[in-house]
Design a protein around this ligand. Structure first.
Ligand code: CAA
Length: 234
């Protein structure tokens, strides 16, 4: 498969996707999100791949949804075209683990994309934020849902309402990222984690991912009900 706005490569059983719109700081447009979804689904379907990494450039993981492209959208365009849901959610249907290796800006949709991955390893120059309020809009791809679950209401409100950025140290302290490493060690660290995951039983890895994501995204009562076996009518 050939792509224009991302590059892909493999290291052992790890599939690596690099966002590649450097002039626009990896701003996320339709084409990029389509390509990212295709690449991740391709790796997910590939029996030789056990884990994936999504990364960007040193300056920007992704500076958000493409503001220029969005400027033309009307409400009717967004609603009828299923903007965001149509291709941004593909990553959430990937069953093997996806690690975000974040350096530089992860803003707006970029922060939301990182949060859609299973965990985030950050370089010490990473900056996270939901600056949509400065554009007169609100986060549209999980920033008002995943961010409060990750960092709590106080910090999520602060970020969504003021648009301020969080540096890597604060992001780790708040629970948004799992590890912070020097910029030049970012890919080694992410690759080390991914290769370790590839050593484990794939069904167990997939089940662990699914369970943590269900616990993170669902209600605890539903999980409790789902655990009852045999079902009550047996
Ligand atoms: N969309 C489109 N283009 C973008 C972009 C974005 N989100 N972010 C940066 N760019 C472009 C800039 O327009 C600029 O292009 P030109 O050279 O053609 O002018 C180029 O990338 C470099 O950007 P800057 O010159 O601004 O670089 P900087 O180092 O001075 O600042 C920055 C970096 C702080 C990230 C700044 O670019 C910025 O604030 N970007 C916008 C961030 C933002 O608002 N993101 C939220 C978008 S809305 C969203 O994501 C909705 C959602 O929830 C899905």
């Amino acid at each position: 498969m050939s792509f224009e706005l991302i590059t892909t490569r493999t290291e052992g059983r790890v599939g690596i996707v690099t966002l590649n719109r450097p002039k626009q700081l990896n701003a996320l447009n339709d084409q990029l999100m389509n390509e990212l979804g295709q690449a991740l689904k391709g790796f997910d379907d590939d029996a030789d791949i056990g884990c994936m990494i999504v990364t960007g450039s040193e300056k920007a993981f992704a500076a958000g949804a493409d503001i220029g492209a969005m400027a033309k959208y009307t409400f009717a365009d967004v609603y009828s075209g299923d903007y965001i849901t149509r291709n941004w959610e593909t990553i959430r249907s990937v069953r093997k683990p996806v690690i975000a290796a974040v350096s530089g800006f992860a803003l707006g949709g970029g922060c939301e994309l990182a949060m859609m991955c299973d965990f985030i390893i950050a370089a010490d120059n990473a900056k996270f934020g939901q600056p949509e309020i400065k554009l007169g809009i609100i986060p549209g791809a999980g920033g008002t849902q995943r961010l409060p679950r990750a960092v709590g209401k106080a910090k999520a409100m602060d970020m969504a309402l003021t648009g301020r950025m969080m540096d890597a140290t604060e992001a780790e302290r708040a629970g948004l990222v799992s590890r912070v490493v020097p910029l030049d060690k970012l890919m080694d660290e992410a690759l080390g984690a991914a290769l370790m995951i590839c050593e484990y039983s794939l069904p167990s890895v997939m089940a662990a991912k699914e369970c943590v994501n269900r616990a993170f995204e669902g209600g605890l009562r539903v999980l409790h009900a789902a655990r009852q076996w045999p079902p009550a009518d047996h």
